[in-house]
Design a protein around this ligand. Structure first.
Ligand SMILES: [Zn+2]
Length: 74
């Protein structure tokens, strides 16, 4: 089962079906999704929100490091 997020309310959404639909740029694979709030959308698969696509970059703090050999990593 494929999960994505609703383009309208950002709730978890399930991919119900996939179909290749013609477009002006040629055939494009679309997915039909339904979120937990029962919004149903058909949109190109490339527009689907994919888990893990947005990587949260670790932001380094702007504080001075405390003295001491602290080697916490990971
Ligand atoms: Zn929704």
């Amino acid at each position: 089962m494929d999960l994505t997020s609703c383009p309208e309310c950002d709730a978890p959404a399930e991919v119900l079906d996939r179909a290749v639909l013609p477009s002006t740029d040629g055939p494009v694979e679309h997915a039909r999704v339904r979120c937990v709030a029962r919004h149903v959308f058909t949109l190109p698969v490339e527009r689907l929100a994919r888990p893990g696509a947005a990587v949260a970059a670790p932001s380094a703090g702007d504080r001075h490091a405390v003295n001491g050999p602290s080697a916490t990593h990971g």
